[in-house]
Design a protein around this ligand. Structure first.
Ligand code: 3PG
Length: 215
């Protein structure tokens, strides 16, 4: 594991929550980041579900160097290069694509590949990784899945994402093999489009408070 990757994992282990963001335009990047930081959450995964992803990552890295900014929904090598070029500090993928993981490892871009079965865990281990995204968490067995995997893979840590919200966040964060939880509940595309930044700050603060109960 590279130093960069262990630094990213250590920071996620501190924030314990990873906001998964989709931005229509890069103009929303700064107010969104301010809202997250006002709520005490200096971290964001900006997904490549929109054309604005790379520009948004670049803006955030320049303006908020204290923030941890990653690229999400990275589906191919071109997006790995775009994310890295924009200054992304890590990449997240929904599934396990060995070519994308290999490209990240070669580029030196810390990677959290998505898995939802033991095969995926072992593929990640084959690349020397000891942390993965568990996606889609709720639809793939949720807390029970993570408990079951702690037996055969005691050193693997998970970032469950997909279907997590304030009502079930605590049950995930209480698991020893959960590093942090990802989710869009505090940064939904509808809230961002409506410039609901006060509400985003409130929801981020609520997530931080919930996470503190499972520190
Ligand atoms: C992701 O890509 O990680 C998910 O879409 C986030 O899942 P959620 O919207 O259910 O939080």
């Amino acid at each position: 594991m590279t130093d960069n990757l262990s630094n990213v994992l250590a920071r996620l282990g501190e924030t314990r929550v990873l906001p998964v963001v989709e931005l229509d335009t890069s103009e929303a990047a700064l107010p969104l980041a301010r809202a997250l930081m006002a709520g005490g959450l200096p971290v964001a995964e900006i997904t490549f579900r929109s054309e604005a992803a790379a520009a948004s990552i670049g803006i955030l890295r320049e303006r908020f160097p204290e923030m941890l900014v990653g690229a999400g929904t990275v589906l191919d090598i071109e997006q790995v290069e775009l994310a890295y070029g924009a200054g992304s500090q890590f990449a997240v993928t929904p599934g396990f694509n060995p070519a994308v993981v290999q490209a990240c490892v070669e580029t030196g871009l810390p990677i959290l590949p998505g898995i939802n079965n033991p095969t995926g865990v072992e593929q990640a281990m084959g690349f020397g990784l000891d942390a993965v995204k568990f996606f889609p968490a709720e639809a793939s067995g949720g807390v029970r899945f993570l408990k079951a995997l702690s037996g055969p893979y005691p050193s693997m840590r998970f970032v469950p994402t997909g279907g997590i919200a304030p009502d079930n966040l605590g049950s995930y964060l209480a698991l020893p093999n959960v590093l942090a939880c990802g989710g869009s509940w505090m940064v939904s595309p509808a809230l961002v489009r409506a410039s609901g930044f006060d509400e985003i700050a409130r929801l981020a603060g609520e997530a931080v408070a919930l996470a503190a109960r499972n520190a």
